[in-house]
Design a binder for this molecule. Structure first.
Ligand code: DC
Length: 222
């Protein structure tokens, strides 16, 4: 029997991880698991139920009321509602970075991510996939890009989605999230020892996808 392959893509905010993971998943027919969307759902739930995201105990209580579903056409459902668009708003991004610091939230979501990762060939993107969620992943990529490149990409994305966009604010928010994600006590963002670093600042989307496909091929060839 062919064994399943697990690919982990970690890296800072707006480095293009999910774009690459989605394209690779489509080409390879892998299941894509957007772990950031799950933290975003927790933040979105709090923000839309007047729960203060800075009150850890109050955020923890939400867990009992959350049913998060990721579909293979890349939609995100929270308690049956399609929240794919809402969870991309900037206030949810910052909120997700806050709630992802809480131990109970991480334990709950990591458990569910590991379960989903059993389902077949998978590609997961996040901050702790190669270090915590799947330390035995077959391929670990640490995807980075300069903060200027990341801010500009997010700026264009927001414009295309018709969302508010101010380049300087976006850059500041990315820097704030980088700081929070890299300096939190539990599972901070860091490169796994056996991860391959991929700096995408000067690479096109196609070039990055090609590189990841090449690396997957190498895994297959063992
Ligand atoms: O990948 P993203 O921007 O959608 O993630 C939103 C936030 O969730 C990010 O600031 C940090 C957190 N996160 C995390 O702590 N661990 C993950 N595996 C994925 C995301």
């Amino acid at each position: 029997m062919k064994r399943n392959i697990a690919v982990a893509i970690d890296g800072p905010s707006a480095a293009g991880k999910s774009t690459i993971a989605k394209l690779v998943a489509k080409k390879e027919n892998f299941i894509y698991i957007d772990t950031g969307a799950m933290y975003r759902c927790v933040a979105y739930y709090c923000l839309s139920h007047d729960i203060d995201i800075h009150q850890e105990k109050d955020v923890e209580k939400c867990l009992a009321h959350l049913e998060i579903k990721l579909t293979q056409d890349n939609k995100v459902y929270l308690n049956g509602q399609d929240v794919s668009q809402e969870i991309r708003k900037d206030e949810v991004s910052l909120g997700a970075s806050v709630v992802s610091q809480y131990e109970a939230i991480r334990t709950f979501l990591v458990q569910s991510q590991r379960k989903m990762a059993q389902e077949g060939n998978v590609i997961l993107d996040g901050r702790d996939i190669g270090t915590v969620v799947l330390p035995d992943a077959d391929l670990k990529i640490y995807q980075i890009a300069s903060v200027e490149t990341r801010a500009l990409r997010r700026y264009k994305e927001n414009q295309e989605r018709g969302l508010e966009a101010d380049l300087e604010t976006i850059k500041e928010e990315i820097e704030q999230r980088d700081y929070q994600d890299m300096n939190r006590a539990i599972s901070p963002l860091k490169k796994a020892k056996d991860a391959i670093e991929l700096d995408t600042s000067d690479l096109s989307l196609d070039e990055v996808v090609e590189k990841v496909l090449e690396l997957i091929q190498q895994v297959r060839e063992g």
